[in-house]
Design a protein around this ligand. Structure first.
Ligand code: ZN
Length: 68
């Protein structure tokens, strides 16, 4: 069992939500070293947090285990 310590945003050090972690892995790849919070991820991907949340809902609807 791997230690389940909270992940912080690489840029602003804010603690990530489960959805944010899932989106990072889904959009940037499962082997990423750095994670971004919703705000920083949106900026990084040149999009908005609303669109990211919509994507998360889509992934969840598809049954993606990262979002359960
Ligand atoms: Zn951030």
């Amino acid at each position: 069992m791997r230690e389940n310590k909270p992940i912080s945003c690489h840029l602003c050090k804010r603690e990530l939500t489960k959805i944010a972690v899932g989106l990072n892995k889904k959009l940037l790849g499962r082997n990423i070293i750095f994670f971004f919070c919703m705000d920083c991820l949106a900026e990084y991907l040149d999009t908005t947090t609303d669109i990211l949340l919509e994507k998360a809902e889509d992934f969840k609807a598809q049954g993606c285990t990262l979002f359960i």
